[in-house]
Design a protein around this ligand. Structure first.
Ligand code: HEC
Length: 129
């Protein structure tokens, strides 16, 4: 019995750490940021053709609000939060997708890690983060 009591503080400390870690993981903090990861790709690769009035496909990628305005030709299918595979935005850059023209039109296309960012960001809820 005496031995067990001496172990008690250690057990409590280990338990506290385990609880802390489980909380850290449980918050589900998105790994991809719209502002830091996605917007820079739009700026360098997309907005030459997707900006303001007259944007191709009526898709204005100037910022989150214009992008999600619902004005683009594909409407709500542009982004289906949580489902990259159903989102035209992701399909447009995915090399395996043949149902729509690949973007940026005429290339050079996005690299694998940039495409991955699009996929992860949409699957994490496509938030304005
Ligand atoms: C050189 C010009 C050009 C660039 C650069 C470009 N696009 Fe496009 N994009 C087009 C054109 C043209 C269309 C319209 C195709 C159509 O409607 O037939 C289009 C349409 C789209 C659509 C479909 C919109 C809708 O709702 O129907 C998406 C999504 C898209 N582009 C995403 C992107 C993304 C993301 C980038 C950057 C990675 C990009 N585009 C870069 C020319 C471009």
């Amino acid at each position: 019995m005496k031995n067990n009591l001496q172990l008690l503080p250690i057990v409590l400390i280990i338990g506290a750490f385990m609880l802390m870690f489980s909380f850290c993981e449980g918050t589900g903090t998105p790994s991809v940021s719209f502002a830091n990861d996605i917007m820079p790709i739009f700026s360098t690769k997309c907005i030459t053709c997707h900006q303001g009035e007259g944007a191709f496909g009526n898709l204005d990628l100037t910022n989150y609000a214009t992008m999600t305005s619902g004005n683009s030709n594909s409407g709500e299918n542009l982004i289906v939060p949580g489902f990259a595979e159903q989102s035209l935005l992701y399909k447009s850059v995915d090399e395996d997708e043949t149902s729509i023209p690949r973007m940026p039109q005429g290339g050079p296309y996005l690299n694998a890690s940039q495409i991955q960012l699009f996929e992860d960001w949409i699957n994490e809820g496509a938030k304005d983060n």
